[in-house]
Structure formats: structure tokens, C-alpha cells
Design a protein around this ligand. Sequence first.
Ligand SMILES: Nc1ncnc2c1ncn2[C@@H]1O[C@H](COP(=O)(O)OP(=O)(O)OP(=O)(O)O)[C@@H](O)[C@H]1O
Ligand SMILES: [Mg+2]
Length: 361
Amino acid sequence: MTDAHSLVLEAVTKVFETPEGRLVTAVDNVSLSIGQGEFVTLLGPSGCGKTTTLRLIAGFEFPTAGRILLDGRDIAHVPPDKRGMAMVFQSYALFPHMSVFENIAYGLRLRHWPKAEIERTVGEMMALVNLSGLEHRRPASLSGGQQQRVALARAMAVRPKVLLFDEPLSNLDAKLRVALRAEIRRLQKQLGITSIYVTHDQAEAMSLSDRVVVMNAGRVEQASAPAELYTRPATRFVADFIGQANFLDVAVERVAGGWAEITLWAHPMRVPAHENVRPGPAALMLRPEAICLAGRAGACAARFQGRVRAVTFLGSAVEYEIETHGQTLTVSDREAVWGGIFAEGELVGWDFAPERGYVIP
Ligand SMILES: Nc1ncnc2c1ncn2[C@@H]1O[C@H](COP(=O)(O)OP(=O)(O)OP(=O)(O)O)[C@@H](O)[C@H]1O
Ligand SMILES: [Mg+2]
């Protein structure tokens, strides 16, 4: 276990000037506190400022405004190589003329570690990332997955205070991505290194992280644990970006203690609500799997009626588009595979448990 470190971003803004003299706000007043040993992922669409935020932390860019604190100390004037951070890139960025061993040993040699200590540490790192036996190979003779393991071992060997990842798995095929992300999580937990990971892949973000920071246009939309993001999204943007979501227009009558009294098509009910919800019009979010269909095991009422417009068989579930009250809902039905599939054009009753909905402004 290494000693863990904390990182704080205080109202950090980065404005770039393009060659044509146009100003681009890549990072817009971002505040974020990352705890010791925490694994935090920056997630968001292309151009939302993920890489810029990571580069600011690493010291490759200088903030236009705001402060960055490592263990409480402002690191604004600390050069990148003195920050005690290591970064893993999408492109691996290995030294092609060096062996695997020399690649991993590189940072240790720069730091003038004794020879025996270098050999021991590189051996340990190679075992950790399952590369033992490949120390004499050149990067070009390795698969993409093996090359990224070398990059990971190289980054971890220097025992960084903070480990930074910029889309490290996006050059790998889907199966390998899943395998390697599980490995990254295992290593990070084992070593307890405070880590910041950038991706636009929501499954990757959800499976790896203690906390996910959803960014949009340079700003933080929400920073929460994965399950919280999924069930309690703060905004429509987050709800849409993380998984699938249906939104229904509702009228909020009263709010109290995290719940809203709403009316949906003349049916009154109490549903969990975001703290910013006020009486008046709002949106009720329903995940496709939060909707149940009548006539299934598990007794679902037919409080609402709809007509099946499209049926997609996905194996583990059947996905329906159901037209109801002039709107189209996406419904994921896990019972259909064994319980019978509704046909296109069929009338179905549907309902949802109020506590599985969520009202957002
Ligand atoms: N050096 C620069 N000069 C001008 N604009 C820049 C510069 N670097 C980044 N930007 C702009 O800042 C915004 C954020 O870029 P950034 O690379 O941080 O996005 P990202 O979230 O990492 O996107 P992606 O998922 O595509 O990698 C973009 O509009 C980008 O064009
Ligand atoms: Mg990027």
C-alpha cells in the first residue's frame, strides 16, 4: 500500500486562444475534490474538456483562473515532472527502441534508483500486469493489450502520487477493453493510488470508478458514485448520457424531504425528486427497466395503457417502443424471453413503482 494523496481543483478555468484569435473556454469554473486513493473518472462527450482538465492537473497546461492543490499545497508553479504524477495515454507512448524492461525502468533510472531496487521493482510491476517473461521484447513485437500493460507498469513503477489516464483503452478491441479495465481497477485498489481517468465510454466509467464526474461544455454537470448517477441524475443531460431514459412531463404540487407529489395523467403519486425541483412543471425520469408490463409474473398493475410500436429482441431482454398518452416510451422487458413476447400493435397495460422514478427540474 502506498501512502495516498488528495487533489483539489478550485474554480479552475482554462481559456485557449485559437490562431485566429478566437477564445475557447475549454474548462469552465470546475471545482472538484478527489480523496486519498479515490478512483475518479471524467466522462462526457467529445470536446467537453476532459483532456484539458487532465492536462491542467498534470501541469502540461496552466489554468487561466483557479487553483490546483495536491495534499493542500498549490502546485501551480511545480513543473510536470516534479508533481509526482504519471500518465497513461491512448497511444501507449512507449519507447520503441527500448525493451519492455527498459521501458518500465525508465522513470526509475531518471530518479537514480539503485540497480538492485530497479530490478526488483520492474520484476514486481511485470508480475502485477501479467507480463513476466517478456522483459526482453521490443514494444513493436507486442499486442496492443500487452503494450498498454507495459505503459501501465511504467506509470505505476515510479509510485506516483496521482495516476492519470487519458482514454487508455480506446485503441483496443471490445473484449480486451473489458478485461483490461477490470485489471486497472484491481491494480488501483491493490496499490491505493489516487487516480483520475478520462473516457467517453460510460460503461467503462461506471465499472471502474468510485465516482464519475459528468462534464458538458467545460462544466461539471454532476459528480457522484455510479449507482447514484444512474438512479439520481441531477440533470436531463446526465440522465441521457448515462444509459437510456424516458422523460414524462409532470406537474409538481409539493416537494418535501427529497420527494415530490406529482400528477401524471390525473394519477397523483409521490416520487423521489432532485433537490432543485420546485412546484410547477418538471420531468419524471423512468429508466426502461423501471417500467413493468401487465400480464407478467410479479403482478404489475395496468394503471396506464399503451400500444406496442416496435419490438427488438436483445437476448437477455426484449425492448419495446410503447406509445402511451401521445408519447413513446422505451421499455426493457426481462420477463419477455420466458414469459412471451408482446407483438407489434398489441395493447399493453403498464405501471412503475413510484420509488423507481425520479423527478428532475
Ligand atoms: N490548444 C488548444 N487551443 C485551442 N482550443 C483548444 C486547445 N485544446 C483544446 N481546445 C478546445 O477545448 C475544448 C475541450 O477540448 P478537450 O481536448 O479537453 O476535450 P475532450 O473532452 O478531451 O474531448 P475528446 O473526447 O474529443 O478527447 C475543445 O473545444 C477543444 O477544441
Ligand atoms: Mg480528450
